[in-house]
Ligand binder design. Structure first.
Ligand code: C2O
Length: 578
């Protein structure tokens, strides 16, 4: 008000207005917020499938809290461990530039937070927007310790599609009718495959098709005609999934943290670790429609073949919310592909393209060829209760025949920064030790990997290509490969063995999708490219947790570059010790 009383000449009032405008503009640019949260990790009674379990949760919630931030914001999350297990938290897909200390994988970037202790994760979201999520990264705790991390665009910057009326996170999970840590313990003891889950879940609920679950089935009310954005996250432990909504077309508009060229589909395939954003318009007759997910299974192995459901409920639907549901109000069911429908899964994944042309490295400094797959460790006594894998063996999994062993005495990052020897070596092989017909009939002599803690060194700024080649050892399978600290462009994919000359020629270097997790087709390969611009130690692993348990992992050590902006930050003072 004071301003108005000033007697100013016209030119200076113009100047004033101009300055005000510039300040407002700058303020909107720097409108980054700091979000403080306390995550209390603690066992709470959770009832599913007729039984109550003491379940490890965050703040008593299952799934855990949804974090909603904007690109550019900072998160400060104090993790307080009141559970009886060691725990760490991982912010899946966040770059964590120069800040591996906030990344979370246990024994990689930090020692676990012991019961009774706490640790504060501090990180900033830099130039990323989309759907991410967070989860425990210690043994099998992520079965119940997970939640959505939604990154909206900066204030004032719109989506590249019409603004949806509402947004719904959809977290697909797996539920065991026992403590998942016991499932893991048993598998580690016997060397066999872990028990499959007893239910799949949407936002923590199995839905109508399971015992004692109908009442709690998740319902999403919608207004006829409105468009909603579904942020679908596969937070399941061990399975890829097909997902669809009865009678509704889905338009894919984003994956992980990149926008994609929109395309319509009736079903999506999503692997553990991946996220997919789809638009859905409520353009069908007012009624109730199931959304459903079930497994896409590519291995020759047991899997959870049940179906989880939630209900999309038009507010104007007859009988909606009224007592005395009549038969006519039973929701309509979507058609999902068969469990082993690789043709549909492959066709879907192939349609995902970046919205705009992107800058893919064309000159490659590090050309890596990684065989990924299962293996078996022979036992001296095949009848031992500890050798319950196929033919008296123990299951293993490997990359280039190295089955990754997590250190115990220290984390890799702490050992690296302290110069502590004997924790890891940096001689991870860039190619498999021998060349063979990876997807053919592999001789038994090649089924046994070696257990090691090997890292692969990358110079700061190196342009990297990795071809992940699935093997047919034990079984071919879709392995969703996830890289920490970076995102990569998925430049090509195919079945059979990768052929460097003919396949490279067909790479998409124009508009490939940028992702943090991509699956090898079963019995095939997938090629990715990225620039190693983030110093630190970054885990690369299969996001199927049973495979991670068996060693399907390795880590990159990205060296510091020149100057502060290319050097790992000093570790925070409260970083846990082993
Ligand atoms: Cu989402 Cu290493 O994980």
């Amino acid at each position: 008000m004071e301003l108005l009383k000033l007697t100013v000449k016209p030119w200076s009032s113009c100047l004033l207005l101009g300055l005000l405008f510039i300040f407002a503009f700058l303020a909107s640019l720097s409108h980054a917020e700091i979000h403080y949260h306390e995550f209390v990790i603690e066992a709470r009674p959770v009832k599913r499938l007729c039984r109550t379990h003491s379940t490890v949760t965050v703040n008593g919630q299952f799934p855990g809290p949804t974090l909603q931030v904007r690109n550019g914001d900072t998160l400060v999350i104090r993790a307080i461990n009141r559970a009886r297990y060691n725990v760490t938290l991982h912010w899946h897909g966040v770059h964590q530039t120069r800040n591996p200390w906030a990344d979370g994988p246990e024994y990689v970037t930090q020692c676990p937070i012991q019961p009774g202790r706490s640790y504060t994760y501090r990180f900033t979201i830099e130039d990323q927007e989309g759907t991410l999520w967070w989860h425990a990264h210690s043994r099998w705790l992520r079965a119940t310790v997970y939640g959505a991390l939604i990154v909206y665009p900066r204030m004032g910057s719109p989506y590249p599609f019409p603004m949806p009326k509402r947004e719904i996170p959809i977290l697909i999970g797996e539920w065991w009718d026992r403590d998942p840590m016991d499932v893991l313990r048993q598998a580690l003891f016997t060397g066999g495959a872990p028990n499959i889950s007893d239910a799949l879940t949407i936002n923590g609920q199995p839905g109508d098709l399971y015992r004692c679950s109908s009442k709690e089935t998740v319902r999403f009310p919608v207004e006829a005609g409105e468009t909603i954005l579904l942020r679908i996250i596969n937070s399941a432990m061990n399975q890829e999934h097909f997902f669809g909504v009865a009678n509704h077309r889905l338009t894919v508009v984003g994956v992980d943290t990149s926008y994609t060229k929109p395309f319509p589909t009736s079903v999506i395939m999503i692997a553990p670790g991946q996220t997919t954003n789809v638009l859905l318009t409520a353009d069908q007759p007012p009624a109730r429609y199931y959304m459903a997910a079930h497994a896409y299974n590519t291995a020759n192995a047991a899997f959870d073949n049940t179906t989880t459901t939630a209900i999309l409920e038009y507010k104007s639907a007859p009988f909606n919310g009224k007592k005395g549901k009549s038969r006519s109000s039973a929701p309509i069911f979507p058609i999902l592909p068969g469990f082993n429908d690789t043709a549909t899964a492959t066709a879907f994944t192939a349609r995902i393209k970046s919205l705009h042309q992107v800058q893919v490295p064309t000159v490659i400094d590090e050309n890596l060829f990684f065989t990924v797959g299962l293996g078996l460790i022979n036992c001296s006594n095949p009848n031992s209760p500890r050798c319950q894998g196929p033919n008296g063996t123990r299951f293993a999994a490997s990359i280039n025949n190295i089955s990754f062993v997590f250190p115990r005495r220290n984390s890799l990052m702490q050992a690296y920064i302290q110069g502590q020897p004997g924790i890891f070596t940096t001689d991870f092989p860039p190619v498999p030790p021998i060349i063979f017909d990876y997807t053919g009939n592999v001789s038994r002599g090649l089924w046994q990997p070696r257990k090691r803690t090997k890292l692969y060194k990358l110079k700061f700024g190196s342009r990297v290509q990795v071809v992940f080649q699935d093997t047919s050892i034990v079984s071919v399978e879709d392995h969703p490969m996830h890289l920490h600290g970076h995102e990569f462009y998925v430049v090509g994919s195919g079945f059979g063995n990768f052929n460097p000359s003919t396949d490279t020629a067909k790479f998409n270097l124009i508009d490939p999708p940028r992702r943090n997790t991509i699956g090898t087709p079963p019995g095939g390969w997938v090629a990715v490219r990225f620039v190693a611009e983030n110093p630190g130690i970054w885990l690369l692993h299969c996001h199927i947790d049973s495979h991670l348990t068996w060693g399907l992992a390795m880590a990159f050590l990205v060296e510091n570059g020149v100057g502060k902006l290319q050097t790992v930050q000093p570790p925070p003072l409260d970083l846990p010790r082993c």
